[in-house]
Design a protein around this ligand. Structure first.
Ligand SMILES: NC(=O)C1=CN([C@@H]2O[C@H](COP(=O)(O)OP(=O)(O)OC[C@H]3O[C@@H](n4cnc5c(N)ncnc54)[C@H](OP(=O)(O)O)[C@@H]3O)[C@@H](O)[C@H]2O)C=CC1
Ligand SMILES: O=C1O[C@H](CO)[C@@H](O)[C@@H]1O
Length: 312
């Protein structure tokens, strides 16, 4: 069986495909992005797209979706689409969502995430995406609280048909506790960096205890896929007779998490991922590897001094 046909239930009751197509794209790959996405949907078996206003790929995704809907090869309800509100648009998540919906050629998304628990001092159109002062330090919006964005997203969720579910990304446990104390919608998902170099065991348990689905970004270790070389991943791949990438994907789906691998290599995309029934012991060994060899790949320069200190 393919890992791409596994689904998980969100706390809204909706179903989310456990494997989503990551849509960060380097400028150099923008030329093949549409072909890659079309191959993912028509030949790779993907039914879940993970995007964001800040990736600059939403208009390309919209063109592909429109083409596949018009030709009858795909129906809107066949595909789960997530987008995100970037911190430069923290004050106006509805504007961010409307821009995304326009570019995606959609009238709703299945999941809207707050991209980071941060508020940047940008203009009303969200530019610059990461404002900096003359010393190169990120400029934050004075007096803003990241929960302001979440509260406005709750309003969108409760009063419009533009989102089926709302969630968060890059929230720590302390930030989630604050959110749960101060607001009345439990996020459907929290999307964070997670892989055998960064298992975040306590974080995962907190989310599970509160019915928040964990979505794993950068599962391969981001550009260059360094996690494919992790020794225990290589050993398990040999044991099960599958490529190492299948172990990195099944590390999440077998534990009830969503995973968001990215590729713009059409041959790899068409191959998909086999389901590998890793044992509880093997999943624990993969966690243990990261406890002993922690490594975070997405280290943003706004991480220090605002609640992400422990990231190192
Ligand atoms: N919420 C957030 O803050 C964040 C969310 N994300 C989301 O998560 C997604 C995935 O994370 P991302 O950091 O992009 O990277 P990944 O961890 O998915 O790694 C992508 C890299 O792995 C390579 N790769 C993919 N498959 C294989 C394979 N089978 N063998 C060898 N190399 C392979 C890709 O190259 P190639 O194209 O050549 O296959 C690319 O260089 C993003 O695209 C985005 O949707 C990511 C970062 C932050
Ligand atoms: O989602 C995201 O992708 C980029 C690059 O990995 C990162 O800045 C952001 O959180």
């Amino acid at each position: 069986m393919s890992a791409l046909s596994i689904n998980i239930q969100l706390n809204t009751g909706a179903s989310i495909p456990a494997v989503g197509f990551g849509t960060v794209c380097d400028e150099a790959n923008k030329g093949i992005f549409k072909e890659a996405l079309e191959a993912a949907l028509l030949e790779g078996g993907y039914r879940h797209i993970d995007t964001a206003w800040c990736y600059g790929t939403e208009a390309l995704i919209g063109e592909v979706l429109q083409k596949l809907f018009d030709s009858g090869k795909l129906k809107r309800e066949d595909v789960f689409v997530t987008t995100k509100v970037w911190p430069s648009l923290w004050a106006n998540p509805l504007k961010s969502l409307d821009k995304s919906l326009h570019d995606l050629h959609l009238d709703y998304v299945d999941l809207l995430l707050q991209h980071w628990p941060l508020a940047f001092d940008s203009d009303e159109n969200g530019h610059p995406k990461v404002p900096k002062d003359e010393q190169g330090h990120v400029k934050f919006a004075k007096g803003a609280d990241y929960l302001d964005t979440w509260k406005k997203m709750i309003e969108i969720y409760k009063t419009t048909d533009k989102v089926k579910a709302i969630g968060i990304s890059n929230y720590t446990v302390a930030m989630m506790k604050r959110l749960l104390e101060q607001t009345d919608v439990v996020p459907a998902a929290n999307q964070v960096e997670l892989h055998p170099h960064l298992p975040q065991v306590e974080f995962v348990k907190f989310c599970q205890d509160h019915h928040i689905i964990v979505e794993a970004f950068s599962p391969l270790g981001s550009t260059g896929a360094p996690n494919l070389k992790i020794p225990i991943v290589v050993d398990l791949a040999k044991k099960y007779g599958v490529p190492a990438v299948d172990i990195l994907v099944n590390y999440h789906v077998q534990a009830g998490r969503v995973v968001l691998p990215r590729s713009q290599n059409i041959k790899r995309i068409k191959k998909g991922f086999s389901e590998v029934k890793l044992t509880k012991n093997e999943l624990a060994q993969l966690d243990q590897y990261g406890i002993e060899h922690p490594k975070r790949y997405i280290c943003q320069d706004w991480g220090k001094g605002i609640g992400f200190e422990h990231w190192g």
